[in-house]
Design a protein around this ligand. Sequence first.
Ligand code: DGJ
Length: 728
Amino acid sequence: MAEILREGNIFHLRNDSISYVLCGMPGGVVAQLYFGARLERVNAANLLRHAGVPADGSFDVQESMLDRLPQEYPAFGLGDMRQGAVAVVAPDGSWAVDLRLTGAELPGEKPALAGLPATRGEGSAALRLRLRDAHTGLEAELDYAIYDDCPAVARSARLINGGDAPLTVERAYSLCLDLPDSDWELVTLAGAWARERDICRRPLVRGFQGVSTRHGASSHQTSPFMALVRRNTTEFSGEAVGAALVYSGNFVAAAEVGQFDTTRLLLGVNDDGFSWLLESGEAFQTPEAVLVYSGEGLGGMSRGFHRLWERHLLPARWVGRPRPVLLNSWEAAYFDFDADKLAAIAGAAAEAGAALFVMDDGWFGRRNDDSTSLGDWQCNTGKLPGGLSALGERVRAMGLQFGIWMEPEMISPDSDLYRAHPDWCLHIPGREGITARHQFVLDVGRGDVQEFMYEAVSRTLRESGAAYLKWDMNRNFTNIGSAALPASRQKETAHRYILGLYAVLDRLTRDFPDVLIEGCAGGGGRFDAGMLAYVPQFWCSDDTDALCRLRIQYGTTLVFPPSTMGCHVSAVPNHQTGRTVPLETRFAVALGGSFGYELDPRALTEAERAELRRQVAFADSTQSLRLYGAFYRLLSPFEGDDTAWMSVSADLSEAIFTFVRAQARPNAMPPLVRLRGLDPARRYEVCQTGEVYGGDELMRVGLCCPLAPQGTGDGCSVLYTLKAVNEA
Ligand code: DGJ
């Protein structure tokens, strides 16, 4: 049960598993005292003494104690030499900020964040601190929430210009967490297009370290996430503190080890290329940052994030619901299709038992390759006579739902839209525009552009009767400037874009609540908690090679649950790597997320098509276990040739287990993998073999995984389902 205990100026946020403690110091600076496993009682003197505060509690900002003090929302420039969380330029040109506590409230429920996605507050306790900087009149509201059912705390800040003169916000992070030691390792995610979310782990060193993006999106290259883990923390044990930002644009996630070997963790909108003009009375809302604590290793941290997103962030109507097994036309046809070809592919998908057929890129304007027509969202009736409605009907007549691809945030220079509205894209007047994939980025911060996007998408959904939308976004920002903003506000462009994107998604998801939207950004280039507040799943990567996907999906699960990952079986040789992986392994790997196909079933043998029918039936029958069970990573593809993971149902009566050996190993004993999360007192039948083992045995001894006969080649796999049995 979440609660907020207040003793004087000490605030103790806690639930059954974690505590977060902060304290208003004499004079009003807000100190941070603790985040970690639940505390029964707090005697702040201990921690304050560690931070250099004298035993009598006297505290003097003038005597430069700030550089030692752990703080909630510090600024650079008045004694704290570490990186600050906030910087605001006053009319006199100074940018120091000194926020002091003026009040604290316990709002009945967690307040929503204006214009930004955030975790929902049902079953949480909320705290709001009010602070003020006397010199500038800047006010801050620091919002906190702690949940009944997750080891997590959410934080955000709202800056208000309470003075008479304009202020310019140059930095407004969402989170500062000051930890009293530096005996940590930093875990981040790193990647590239088609190689998203490698897990990187490195010891903290004195100084500044972390990840950030300037791509305009949270990016393929990293993720708005970081974790601190103890040196001895493993997947299964030890402390882990995870932090994630509910945001889809440029961010910074950093750790600074200071001169006294303390660690400051910072997370927020990237201040590089950012500023925000606050006229008197105006406010700036930061995105929400969430902290998750685990005493059960990285696995425990991940399950904490998964539960938080599932219960408090993902669109509620899609959580726990089965996702239709789909076939997407992209790798089956690319741009080379007409209605008959699509109908034939859809027919083969229906025969396999799929529930949804998705028409990818190439259906609009004059789009026969990627050089043209983004923005001209009218059906190409040369390719699809009868338009979207006719194709939608034809697909539905086969018993399938129809889905469609769009890239609403983009504009091709060769498009009617660009010819009509050359100023609608991000650009800097007088500088040559830089295309990527032959396209520019719309200036989504503009109201007229948002209206256009909403109209284009809603018309397309209505015309096609689509039950599913793949919302793509295929390039990063350059020439960042907006024709709609004055010079003094140009650095607001990238953040306004994200606010505009959220506004459009919010409106569309309200107006089309039954349309399942899959996010996509050239694969997983914007796979973040901000997007997941609107789209319950995201195309994990443009790399569909099953062995590459092992790393991509494994890394993604560090923060996000299986249900959020779009994972498809594709053809061999794989289109990205040229590799051939057995069909059963491509299937086993794609089952790791929201399952589908990315191939033309007509090109398969009769035996393979029969196999597809079995696969679809299995994927359907294991949906809720795979997508919503408690997820355990067992063997890491970053540490060896073998990868394994499993999911366990909430009542511990069922589990699904997958093992993949990337490289064949001659003369090897069959792998023995220790399972996790089962009930040690129950007995489980391995459904594929009929053998029964104790839960304790499976977890302490392991489950032997005989691989296909030696010589079968790379990429062998084992896929087992387990069911608790009553047998004595
Ligand atoms: C990038 C996506 O990730 C692909 O799946 C596909 O939709 C293409 N864009 C289409 O242009």
